[in-house]
Design a protein around this ligand. Structure first.
Ligand SMILES: *Cc1c(COP(=O)(O)O)cnc(C)c1O
Length: 397
């Protein structure tokens, strides 16, 4: 057995592959190596396993099995949904897409690419609470709006968007509604039918499944062009021999993680709240995003007068794995687009820390973080010219 030497608090970046899930996958990496598309019985074993996983995923979001398409992850699902619908919009002379300013880069950069091709995109502002406004959405809709793509829950600050209202508006206006639900699946109960979602992206490694496998829900009746041409897999829409073990793992993982969402969230809220209460005792600190309408396991904080990157390195040295925001932006000196989108000034957005918990974390993990965090912030501030300035201003006032 592995021994846990560190506190892993970066579950929004990825989660540990659950041992039960690995055990379900193993036979398909070893003895059951048949091709799911073959006609002999040996291939049928793999076919049945893929079918079961498709059912597990459909059941988890209240969809039909033939509305689920396997992909290589969340980014691929987002790209396929958005570029695919954009291509169908062209034929209908629709040129306008609505999204939000704080989408994951898999959505944001896809939309930027479409802008270069001539599409017009409205990026709805996000307010201080980390939530878009329904009035803004209504006011942005035009005659030629063909797609709304707004994430279910944000990956950096964890805030949950008014998906049900967005779905209703889109249904009413006959606009296709896609949501990047990569952070939500497994953490929030989702019913794509009652929420009027047309397309939904998910990724297995965010809920204790394997990396490199995801799925896209496409509501029956929505036309989406094929992503990969080739064999007849995924009803010819995404060709290529199935990643059987990955798909089996995704099915098992989604079933496990959707089993006791309420109970799991109760535990996560307790861990998060302990960290939030402790961290907010540090002067000039803040919690980013709505305190209620957020993923139970997400804690996004800012500490004035320090750099998030230095904070991360020192936390790492003390055995805490965390993030300053999205893993994709680390390494760049710009503060996160998400924190800027909710109106934080650059200098505050720089001092960000995201702690994201899963059901494998404990209250002890929260205590361990709080044992080291205040001391690290204090030390970094003691050598920060920025902090000096803040303090001098305080004296003057
Ligand atoms: C992780 C993540 C993605 C990307 O998923 P991959 O499977 O890593 O490609 C997309 N959107 C959100 C909100 C995410 O958190």
């Amino acid at each position: 057995m592995e021994c846990k030497k560190f506190v892993y608090a970066d579950n929004a970046a990825t989660t540990r592959l659950s041992t039960d899930v690995l055990n379900k996958m193993m036979p398909y990496l070893t003895e059951n190596y048949g091709n799911a598309s073959s006609l002999y019985n040996f291939g049928n074993i793999a076919r049945s396993a893929v079918d079961l996983a498709r059912k597990q995923i459909a059941d988890a979001i209240c969809a039909e099995q033939n509305e689920i398409y396997f992909t290589a992850g969340g980014s691929e699902s987002d790209n396929w949904a958005i570029k695919g619908i954009a291509a169908t919009m062209r034929k209908k002379n629709k040129n306008h897409i609505i999204s939000s300013a704080f989408e994951h880069h898999a959505v944001l950069h896809t939309l930027k690419a479409l802008e270069k091709e001539g599409f017009e995109v409205t990026f709805l502002p996000v307010y201080e609470n980390g939530i878009i406004s329904i009035d803004d959405l209504k006011n942005s809709i035009r005659e030629d709006t063909g797609l709304v793509t707004i994430m279910f829950a944000n990956n950096e600050i964890g805030t949950i968007q008014p998906i049900s209202q967005i779905g209703e508006i889109c249904k009413d206006k006959k606009i296709i509604f896609h949501t990047d639900a990569v952070q939500a699946v497994g953490n929030i109960a989702i019913d794509v039918k009652s929420l009027n979602i047309d397309l939904l992206s998910m990724s297995a490694h965010k809920f204790h499944g394997p990396k490199g496998v995801g799925a896209l829900f496409v509501r029956k009746g929505i036309f989406l062009p094929n992503l990969i041409h080739g064999g007849g897999q995924e009803r010819s829409r995404r060709a290529g021999t199935e990643n059987v073990a990955g798909i089996v793992g995704m099915g098992a993982a989604i079933e496990i993680s959707c089993r006791n969402i309420e109970q799991k969230n109760k535990k996560l809220r307790a861990i998060s709240q302990r960290v939030i209460d402790g961290a907010l005792r540090i002067e000039r600190s803040r919690l980013n995003g709505d305190p209620e309408k957020r993923l139970a396991g997400n804690v996004s904080l800012c500490f004035e007068g320090i750099e998030g990157e230095s904070l991360l390195l020192m936390l790492d040295a003390m055995g805490v794995c965390a993030s300053s925001g999205s893993a994709c932006t680390s390494g760049s000196l710009d503060p996160s687009h998400v924190l800027l989108s909710i109106g934080l000034p650059h200098e505050i957005a720089h001092g960000s820390l995201r702690l994201s918990f899963s059901d494998e974390n404990t209250l002890e993990d929260a205590d361990k973080i709080l044992e080291v965090l205040p001391g690290i912030v204090k030390r970094l501030r003691s050598i920060s010219p920025l902090w000096d300035k803040i303090k001098q201003k305080e004296i003057k006032h």
